[in-house]
Design a binder for this molecule. Structure first.
Ligand SMILES: Cc1cc2nc3c(=O)[nH]c(=O)nc-3n(C[C@H](O)[C@H](O)[C@H](O)COP(=O)(O)O)c2cc1C
Length: 432
């Protein structure tokens, strides 16, 4: 039997299911839907919710924003305030919004993370991305994004800097000593005087050290420099891969790199993206998948999203022929993995089979999907799954199928937690 494993959920702060039968019509972007969902995830004892983000409206598809907006890839709201609302509505769930090292000034980011870790009482995480699109860069005054590997060189330095800022306050710097009238001991707060190739900052942070020391660091680099970066800094890594053998290779590679970096392999939890279809019978679940994934609009939505993160115009490819060779300065590891999985298939079939790359052949009843998750974990060796909706348009029905259908089955088998042992996010993450 597999050991216990962790669960995370991956979502975007986009409109919820606005055109489907089970949504609320996408009437409101207040975030209430997602806050309610955060409570559901906590009831099902997920370790964390990861909030994706991008900083542009894409016109990669045929040079126009039409498909991006038609399919509701955008509007995409800022995930950071939503993470705060989710934290306020829960007591144990980790909240992990995405922020880009390419665009946030390090001091501001370090301060924001420290502040929210206090608001969330030690449950804040940061999904570190380097961003992937020239269109994003153009919203920040650049003509184009830095080259892929240089973005990671910059991110490495960025992390050294923000970690020093978080450590610029000793854990016991706040003394609250009434007898001397002293709130914080100035000898325990230091400047950092950081001067690197790309960044410079004096410090200290003008924010008390975060409850977790620094927020839980999450990363999804798939390319060699991405993996090198993640294994240096991350507490949790999220990855896409479709077979247990490939997932095992990825995790083994990360664990080897952890040792090379002088870290303990168990100090990082690698969660693999899956997008299950769950129903009362296997046949029903299979029919649901086919209906949902082969819908021409759904295929187009996947390709428009894929185009937006790679800045490749997928409108020019024949859906009924294999994908020709493609390269990107964007999400390179993602594109290479997709191209590999698409080998020997038409582009349409590759999209129907895999969607955006989360393994979505987890199709069946709660029991059969749990069987598969269990056997994958047995083969991979750990550490868990990052669940996401295969349809991208999220509704309460889907959330319930997972939190009140699939997860109780996992819990019955002793595979996922039925309670949280610790108050803080990292402590729960590292528990097993
Ligand atoms: C589950 C998952 C979530 C991701 N979330 C984001 C995100 O919110 N924003 C973003 O710009 N990139 C995101 N990425 C992309 C990664 O940061 C990274 O660019 C990608 O995995 C490709 O790796 P590479 O850049 O090392 O080639 C995500 C990737 C995965 C697998």
């Amino acid at each position: 039997m597999a050991d216990m494993f962790h669960l995370g959920w991956f979502l975007n702060f986009v409109t919820d299911d606005w055109d489907g039968r089970w949504g609320n019509g996408g009437k409101d972007m207040s975030g209430d839907f997602y806050v309610e969902m955060a409570r559901d995830l906590e009831r099902a004892c997920f370790d964390y919710v990861l909030l994706e983000d991008k900083l542009m409206v894409s016109d990669a598809w045929a040079g126009t924003m039409q498909k991006d907006l038609q399919h509701g890839v955008n509007p995409k709201h800022d995930p950071v305030p939503l993470a705060v609302c989710m934290a306020q509505a829960t007591t144990r769930l980790g909240v992990v919004p995405t922020m880009s090292t390419s665009f946030y000034p390090p001091f501001l980011l370090a301060r924001l993370c420290a502040t929210i870790d206090h608001i969330a009482r030690g449950r804040f995480g940061w999904n570190i991305v380097t961003s992937a699109e020239d269109r994003s860069a153009q919203n920040f005054g650049l003509d184009k994004l830095y080259e892929h590997d240089e973005r990671y060189a910059m991110a490495n330095e960025y992390l050294e800097l923000v970690k020093q800022l978080w450590e610029s306050w000793d854990p016991d710097a706040v003394v609250r000593d009434r007898s001397t009238g002293t709130y914080a001991d100035h000898t325990k707060v230091r400047t950092i005087d950081f001067e690197g190739t790309y960044y410079k900052s004096r410090g200290p942070l003008n924010t008390v050290r975060p409850p977790q020391g620094h927020p839980v660091l999450c990363q999804a680099g798939a390319s060699p420099p991405g993996r090198a970066f993640a294994s240096r800094f991350a507490d949790t890594i999220v990855a896409t891969s479709t077979t247990p053998a490939r997932m095992k290779d990825f995790r083994d590679d990360i664990r080897t790199r952890m040792v090379e970096n002088g870290r303990k392999p168990d100090d990082v939890k690698v969660l693999f993206l899956i997008a299950p279809f769950v129903a009362d019978t296997v046949e029903e679940a299979q029919a649901k998948k086919l209906r949902s994934m082969s819908d021409p609009l759904a295929v187009e939505l996947v390709l428009a999203t894929m185009g937006s993160i790679t800045e490749i115009d997928f409108s020019v490819f024949d859906l009924d022929a294999p994908l020709p060779p493609v390269t990107t300065n964007g999400e390179r590891g993602f594109l290479e993995a997709f191209a590999k999985r698409a080998e020997g298939k038409t582009l349409r079939q590759a999209v129907i089979d895999d969607g955006l790359g989360g393994a979505n052949d987890f199709v069946g009843t709660p029991e059969t999907v749990a069987d598969k998750m269990e056997s994958y974990m047995d083969e991979i060796g750990g550490d868990g799954f990052l669940l996401t909706s295969p349809e991208k348009k999220l509704n309460r029905r889907y959330v319930t199928e997972i939190t009140d259908g699939l997860v109780p089955e996992l819990q019955r088998r002793g595979l996922t937690r039925t309670s949280y042992t610790h108050e803080q996010f990292r402590d729960n993450l590292l528990e097993f």
